[in-house]
Design a protein around this ligand. Structure first.
Ligand code: GDG
Length: 457
């Protein structure tokens, strides 16, 4: 097998950054083939960026470029995070459409493609990640690469009606079809993409996910991403996990813990979740003093303005609930706008009775799978999962909710808190079986099998 060349906006140059599931999966594949990982260095250069920097670790070569200030503002903060991210999460109202930003986005795709193309040799396969690089297949073709290129989209692909809101949608779609294999998180995303090509460009479905369009054939399939299931279980038994359990245990006393962990982003449905928690305490007075809801919400750097607004909104909602119901020795809803180590999160999941994963839209949502893996069979917690997370297609034994339905969500939290041990175990075993069998290696192998299996391109 030839080398694998991964391209993603951020890479995992430091071994500490390889702790997350995705980074592990990409890293292991690169190590086994002696591959290259290309992307942004994370640095902003004062003038035009110099040529790429390389460094090697365990036989893997990193190929990194700085971004100029303009590239960072227009490509990364602009088109990727202020246009594609909101539109792909069905928030057209939040997008700041900007034709200039698209030009810079396209130019960065081309610049990085040129940087990578110079290193490619026959036999290599390229694996591109996420919405920062929708044009990368086309850019690599223009740079002369004729070998296999796969793409995996980590976020949702919206319905055609929403995708058409992007002024540049025909260019983006055409460029995407320069990839040989396009991986989506869910069947829903795959069918949105296929439907768009059929409706807009008379694409023809040929079976096995293949679509003939623009004079070429592209394979579009769902490859739901998994986690390092065993690794997360180990993390939940680590020293750090136990320390975190002990710390929160002092605050909890005998109360049941309801936990949420989400990057602070409007796609995660935090205000709606807080409102449902308010309703829970409005309706179920018997829970007062007996349940603590803790939300961990580390700020995301790429979305500064929305983050500020979200903060104000969450402060207001938590203030209302805690002001109405809190007591000298009880805070009904705590939210912590900071990050914790992975092991600490695993420890908190482990002692929680309920995991709240209620995004308004999410490509997959790994927290749902992590929550499952941290549970113990003799007393497992209950997962409440939004129907709008990609994970809902796999984790059907969770309590599936519509996050916009406040009263129903409140009642579902109540149901989870009062669920019998028997039913909790029954649901959890079936969730665990899926998370373990469809883990990060299963995901990677399915994708790479299709990418490597290309007859000729
Ligand atoms: C994108 C897509 C898709 C969270 N807080 C802390 C922390 N986390 C970790 C979680 C989890 C990860 O970050 C978040 O993953 P999600 O899947 O929940 O969401 P996104 O960040 O939006 O990821 C998503 C994913 O890509 C993969 O394809 O599932 O749909 O949006 O692993 O545990 N980790 C640490 N401290 C924290 O405070 N260490």
């Amino acid at each position: 097998m030839g080398r694998l060349i991964a391209i993603s906006n951020r890479t995992a140059t430091q071994s500490a950054n390889r702790a997350g599931g995705l980074a592990v999966a990409v890293w292991e594949s690169l190590k086994s083939t002696g591959g290259v990982w290309a992307g942004w260095s994370g640095e902003i250069s004062p003038g035009e960026p110099d040529g790429p920097r390389t460094l090697s670790d365990e036989g893997v070569e990193f190929l990194l470029t700085d971004l100029s200030q303009d590239e960072h503002d227009a490509y990364y903060l602009g088109y990727a995070n202020s246009v594609l991210w909101p539109v792909f999460h069905y928030r057209v109202d939040l997008a700041t459409f900007d034709a200039e930003a698209f030009k810079v986005y396209a130019a960065v795709n081309q610049r990085i493609a040129a940087m990578v193309a110079g290193r490619l040799v026959p036999g290599d396969s390229v694996w591109v990640h996420d919405y920062h690089f929708l044009l990368m297949g086309d850019s690599l073709r223009r740079a002369g690469w004729t070998g296999p290129i796969g793409f995996f989209l980590h976020i949702p692909f919206p319905s055609p009606e929403i995708f058409r809101a992007l002024p540049e949608h025909p260019w983006i779609a055409r460029a995407m079809c320069a990839f040989n294999v396009i991986g989506f998180q869910s069947e829903q995303d795959r069918s949105n993409f296929t439907r768009y090509l059929v409706e807009e460009f008379h694409g023809e479905e040929r079976g096995e996910g293949e679509i003939a369009v623009f004079g070429t054939t592209v394979k579009a399939k769902a490859y739901p991403i998994g986690i390092d299931a065993e690794g997360f279980r180990e993390a939940s038994n680590s020293e750090l996990a136990q320390q975190a359990e002990a710390r929160i245990g002092r605050f909890l006393g005998n109360r049941l813990l309801v936990i949420g962990v989400d990057r602070m982003d409007y796609s995660k449905g935090l205000p709606q979740r807080f409102e449902a928690v308010g309703e829970l305490f409005d309706v179920h007075r018997e829970l007062h003093g007996n349940v603590s809801v803790t939300q961990i919400a580390p700020p995301s750097r790429s979305k500064v303005d929305e983050y500020k607004e979200l903060r104000v909104e969450l402060d207001r909602l938590a203030g209302r609930i805690n002001g109405d119901y809190g007591d000298l020795d009880w805070i009904p809803l705590r939210y912590l706008a900071r990050s914790y180590q992975r092991e600490e999160l695993a420890g908190l999941f482990k002692i929680a009775r309920v995991g709240l994963v209620t995004p308004l839209r999410d490509g997959m949502n790994l927290v749902a799978k992590e929550f499952v893996m941290a549970q113990e069979e003799d007393d497992p917690g209950v997962l409440i999962l939004s129907e709008f997370a990609g994970a809902a297609e796999q984790l059907t034994a969770a309590l599936i909710v519509n996050p916009h339905d406040r009263a129903k969500l409140a009642e579902t939290i109540h149901l989870a808190l009062t669920m019998s041990l028997d039913e909790r175990q029954h649901r959890w075993r079936s969730l665990r079986d899926i998370v373990v069998s469809q883990d990060i290696n299963w995901w990677r192998n399915r994708f790479l099998k299709d990418l490597h299996g290309l007859q000729s391109v």
